[in-house]
Write a protein that binds this ligand. Structure first.
Ligand code: NAD
Length: 476
């Protein structure tokens, strides 16, 4: 039987208990499953010193050796999949099958980054005889990274993978609410022989940790995934110290359903995807703009599928959607649904909290939403699907682009002409047509407008963790 890990900091290659901090809750029954330590200034100073040492060692380690250690760590995580998935479901609530998929996804990030770290080619610029101009991508330095609670293992994997593959060291402040995924990653890297100080893991009061770490000298990049509001705060702090940022922020993904598709198939696929991680995904399909000729059929099929989604404890094999990860999400769903109702939206499925213990909320379908409903502008980050009719593709694209967000966008169409208009017209870092997968390890992921800066994954992702150095060398 797997057990929940002991929650500790990992600094300079050693596990340290630190000062006991906040309780970690099981969102399925609100019971206490652990206590996460909170970093003191002394812990953060140790982590900074360790990251500076780690950078000296790791940046001078050959890319092939770095890749070998990363691949070994990923292999260990694959071996430990049941332990890691158990911890994720216990602390986050998602169905155990989804937790296993998250572990595999996290390993894929490490494996892709490990390989890509060996391909950060520079270039040689043609020049007159006797002089060479060489452009190099060098590791940027120690990274201060902050990962959120919605994917306890794959979110930290994104940041650790990119940093380590590029030759950087990292101090990761992982989520205090879902700390176990990052603990398992640190264990695997420790066991794989990662030199001390290359990966440091801390927990703490988020604002105190970011305010202390970001200005410090060894930190050369700030990487964050979370809300746009916090992203702006950290970007401002980094800018004051002239440090670059990698920001993966909020989304409010539009889904445009054109008049040439099967509405039932599109709705069924969309409802299934909406239930993933109980909608707590920055790329979750949320604002559906459906051509008016298909609208009724699409809504009927979506509602039928939404009502059939089994909500329950993530360890129950029949569960398709677990509880929300914390009480704040329940409050947010209740507030947004009440506001939409009051402004005239129709609640076609769900709309009420389930049970009194645990943070259970059903897949909820709202239709005929007025533009001034808060949920049409604020990212729900939960299991709410908003469906409105549109009269044309231009109308849909205009509505899709109406918000300051631009992370993921989706469309259903078989027309090459429509697809071309969508590619040209939709403002988003990731557009997926006839699929609701927004990113895989091989593709660059990130936002435009207020959804972020920089890309994670793909050949582009690793470049955030590098600086360009031009060398001019005259051979006399
Ligand atoms: P929040 O904005 O307070 O926190 C989001 C994340 O940022 C958390 O992991 C938190 O620990 C961290 N954080 C908060 N303040 C920080 C600071 N000053 N310095 C460093 N880290 C800080 O809100 P929340 O209630 O946890 O989540 C609500 C919203 O956050 C959601 O509605 C969603 O928009 C966004 N969110 C986005 C993602 C994502 O994948 N993009 C993930 C989680 C949350």
């Amino acid at each position: 039987m797997p057990s929940y890990p002991d929650l500790q900091h990992y600094i300079g290659g050693r596990w340290t208990r630190g000062v006991d901090g906040w309780q970690v809750l099981n969102p399925a029954d609100e019971s206490v499953i652990g206590t996460v330590p909170l970093a003191t200034r002394a812990d953060l100073d140790d982590a900074l010193a360790a990251a500076a040492d780690g950078f000296r060692i790791w940046s001078r380690t050959s890319p092939a050796k770095r890749a070998a250690i990363m691949l070994k760590a990923a292999a260990l995580m694959r071996e430990r999949i049941e332990d890691i998935a158990y911890a994720i479901t216990l602390e986050h609530g998602k169905p155990i099958a989804q937790a296993r998929l998250e572990v595999i996804r996290g390993c894929e990030f490490f494996e892709w980054d490990a390989a890509e770290g060996q391909r950060t080619y520079g270039r040689v610029i043609p020049s007159e005889p006797g002089i060479k101009y060489v452009v190099l991508h060098r590791p940027i330095g120690a990274v201060a990274a902050f990962s959120p609670w919605n994917f306890p293992m794959s979110q930290p994997a994104r940041k650790i993978g990119g940093a380590l593959a590029a030759g950087c060291s990292i101090i990761l402040k992982a989520s205090e609410e879902t700390p176990a995924g990052a603990i398992h990653i640190a264990r695997a890297f420790h066991d794989a022989g990662l030199p001390p100080g290359v990966l440091n893991l801390v927990f703490g009061v988020p604002s105190e940790v970011s305010e202390y770490l970001i200005p410090q000298d060894p930190i050369r990049l700030v990487a964050f995934t979370g809300s746009t509001a916090v992203g702006k705060l950290l970007t401002g702090m980094a800018a004051r110290h002239m440090k670059p940022v990698l920001m993966e922020l909020g989304g409010h993904a539009p889904v445009i359903v054109c008049d040439d598709v099967d509405p039932v198939a599109a709705a069924t696929m969309s409802a299934t995807r909406k239930a993933r991680n109980a909608g707590q995904v920055c790329t979750s399909p949320t604002r559906f703009f459906v051509h008016e000729t298909l609208y009724d059929a699409f809504v009927a099929a979506f509602v039928e599928k939404a009502r059939a989604v089994t909500v329950g404890n993530g360890f129950d094999p029949s569960t398709q959607m677990g509880p929300l990860a914390n009480g704040r999400r329940i409050e947010a769903m209740e507030t947004l649904v009440a506001d939409a109702r009051a402004k005239g939206a129709r609640v076609r499925a769900g709309g009420e909290r389930l049970g009194k213990s645990g943070y259970f909320y059903p897949l909820t379908v709202l239709t005929e939403l007025p533009d001034d409903a808060r949920v049409m502008r604020e990212e729900p980050f939960g299991p709410l699907a908003l469906i409105n009719p549109v009269s044309s593709l231009d109308d849909a694209i205009e509505k899709a682009n109406a918000l300051p967000h631009g992370l993921a966008a989706y469309a259903f169409t078989h027309s090459a002409h429509n697809a071309d208009r969508l590619v040209e017209g939709v403002e988003a870092g990731n557009l997926s047509i006839n699929t609701l997968e927004a990113s895989i390890a091989e593709t660059p992921f990130g936002g435009v407008k207020e959804s972020g800066l920089g890309r994670e994954g793909g050949a582009e992702g690793i470049l955030n963790y590098t600086i360009v150095k031009n060398v001019s060398h005259r051979m006399i």
